[in-house]
Write a protein that binds this ligand. Structure first.
Ligand code: UGA
Length: 343
């Protein structure tokens, strides 16, 4: 199989590439603006990479959409601080650029595996979100945080409609707070440039107070990247067409933590590394309001639990990594071999 991954150096893209190259005989064609996470594959015969931009390298993309069997358009802005700071950039990249790719895949009769998001459920009141039954609930337009989920939701709907109208072969998958090695750069100094786990780790390592937005009462189901990749591989293999025309939540309902619990678990886990224990002991948690941290146009999601019934029934997938194990693996990646930063 020939797989085209746009955003191949991203958090999901690099992990998927590693899995494909080490466990299958498939070929991967990848595009990204950077290559720091995929350097180890650059010499590999079954991996072709172009350093480029989805908005600029259009001919390369079209050629490879034609050449490949399946397209994964993984390029997107995925940090909530950007949704409120630069909502138009989110729309242009996450919606407009990706729509072009999806239309291209439809034109050439290629299969699309598209990353929807747990955020499409928004403030859904259901205890567990069901792909085919749960309502998708957003706040008012002035709450610009929702532009990300609204963009993703509309693309989900366009892809779905193309499946019915043009016979586009597709699968939508919804990651629920995937985390693990290569999530974000823990040395990135800008607050909000990172998702919560790597943001908190950065704060511990640099002696900056951990900020619990609205007290950290909101909850997320943290899903280890390799579990997510297991699900994605089942979708790509697509035995007997089991993934065709379907939407799948890929999340770990058993790792449902409040953000405060996450901070506490993280501080305790960092404390088990001798070199970093003093930093963990010195870590502080402070409460800040969402308006202070993100600005007035942010609105949060208080609970977000996936139903994984459908993924189990159709794909035979269930997450198997508990949070303690996933966190230990993640910290080993970020901390072993790291020198103690100057604080
Ligand atoms: C994320 C992002 O939108 C995407 O990465 C993705 O589509 C989706 O959810 C997902 O991975 O399922 P969110 O869960 O809100 O959204 O992202 P984080 O930035 O990781 O924040 C999680 C929670 O931690 C939020 O409630 C936020 O307010 C809180 N937080 C974040 C803090 O309390 N302090 C911080 O310093 C940062």
């Amino acid at each position: 199989m020939r797989v085209l991954i746009l955003g191949v150096n991203g958090f999901i893209g690099n992990a998927l590439t590693r899995r494909i190259l080490t466990t299958t005989d498939w070929q991967v064609f990848g595009l990204d603006v950077g290559s720091d996470r995929i350097e180890e594959f650059l010499g590999e015969k079954r991996f072709r990479f172009l350093e480029g931009d989805i908005a600029i390298n259009r001919e390369w993309i079209e050629y490879h959409v034609k050449k490949c069997d399946v397209v994964l358009p993984l390029v997107a802005i995925a940090t909530p601080a950007t949704y409120v700071k630069n909502p138009l950039a989110v729309f242009e990249l996450d919606f407009e650029e990706n729509l072009r790719i999806v239309k291209m895949a439809a034109r050439y009769g290629k299969r699309v595996v598209f990353p929807s998001t747990s955020e499409v459920y928004g403030m859904c009141p259901d205890a567990a979100f069901d792909e085919d039954a749960s309502p998708l609930v957003y706040g008012p337009i002035r709450k610009e945080r929702w532009i990300y989920s609204a963009s993703k939701q509309l693309l989900d709907r366009v892809i779905w409609a193309m499946g019915n109208a043009n016979g586009l072969r597709f699968t939508l998958f919804r990651p629920f707070n995937w985390y693990g090695p290569h999530l974000d750069d823990v040395d990135a100094p800008k607050e909000g440039s990172s998702r919560v786990l790597t943001q908190f780790l950065h704060n511990i390592l640099y002696g900056v107070p951990i900020k619990l937005v609205d007290g950290g009462r909101q909850r997320r189901c943290f899903t280890y990247i390799e579990d997510g990749i297991d699900g994605l591989m089942k979708i790509l293999v697509n035995e007997n067409g089991c993934a065709d025309g379907q939407i799948f939540n890929l999340g770990n309902p058993a790792a449902d933590l409040s953000i405060r619990e996450l901070a506490e678990r993280l501080v305790a886990a960092v404390g088990t590394y001798e070199k970093f224990a003093p930093l963990a002991r010195a870590a502080t948690l402070v409460e800040v309001s969402a308006a202070e941290y993100y600005g007035a146009n942010y609105q949060d999601i208080t609970t977000r639990v996936p139903s994984v019934r459908k993924a189990k029934e159709c794909l035979g997938w269930t997450p198997t990594t508990d949070f303690a194990t996933g966190l230990a693996k993640t910290l080993d990646f970020y901390l072993s071999g790291r020198l103690r930063p100057e604080v």
